[in-house]
Design a protein around this ligand. Sequence first.
Ligand SMILES: [Zn+2]
Length: 98
Amino acid sequence: MSKKKALCMQCRQWSEDAKVCEHCGYIISREVKEEIEKKEYDRLNPPKPPSKLRKAMEYLRTSKNPFLKLLYYIIMGVWMIYAGIVMVIMYIAAAGAG
Ligand SMILES: [Zn+2]
């Protein structure tokens, strides 16, 4: 038997199951824990459609190039103004309807 044992951080006993503690049910495996947390996160926050734009924006934001960083803030600024205008329009539309 080459089954790995894992020390439970919760009850401090050795568990035969390296993923979930056989004594108290504590999730030992980091991967399993992250998996569950991710699922929970996805449940609470429905995944947004993957967009190349987001990646591009992330690239600009984390860029070492000050020009690209400035570009990021300009785009974000424009986006915020746009989002603000949309919100105002939505508010007016909602007020008009009601
Ligand atoms: Zn345990």
